[in-house]
Design a protein around this ligand. Structure first.
Ligand SMILES: [Zn+2]
Length: 131
């Protein structure tokens, strides 16, 4: 794989790095808080609330799964900043638009490849706010 220089300025890279680190810390705290909340709910086993709790529990697990996944993406993005691969699509090797990176700092694919993988049924891990 050829090593291409990132199209982003070092200022932009540092910008994204701090955003990713902030997001990483937030997620780590959320994950700790979530697992704590789930424990508390399990101890409070009121029969009338069993169904509600079961649903809440499932949601918590799903949310935790999504957060862990995002955390992973963020760690990978931080690694790509270090290796100079950040902002380059993992699939087609094209530049990922700055606007897209601003919206999804951990984006590893360009919009085109992301949409293609979503079309194949791979679930998006990030909200897409750009159009
Ligand atoms: Zn691509």
């Amino acid at each position: 794989m050829e090593t291409k220089r990132a199209h982003l300025t070092s200022e932009q890279l540092e910008n994204m790095r701090s955003e990713l680190i902030v997001r990483e810390l937030t997620l780590q705290q959320d994950l700790v808080a979530d697992s704590h909340a789930a424990d508390v709910e399990e101890e409070r086993g009121d029969e009338a609330d069993q169904a509600t709790l079961a649903v809440a529990h499932d949601v918590a697990i799903e949310l935790r799964g999504r957060e862990s996944h995002e955390l992973q993406l963020i760690e990978e993005a931080l690694r790509r900043i270090d290796t100079g691969q950040y902002g380059t699509c993992e699939d087609c090797g094209h530049e990922i638009a700055w606007k897209r990176l601003r919206a999804v700092p951990s984006a590893e694919y360009c919009l085109h490849c992301q949409e293609r993988s979503e079309a194949r049924g791979v679930r998006a891990s990030m909200p897409e706010s750009e159009s």
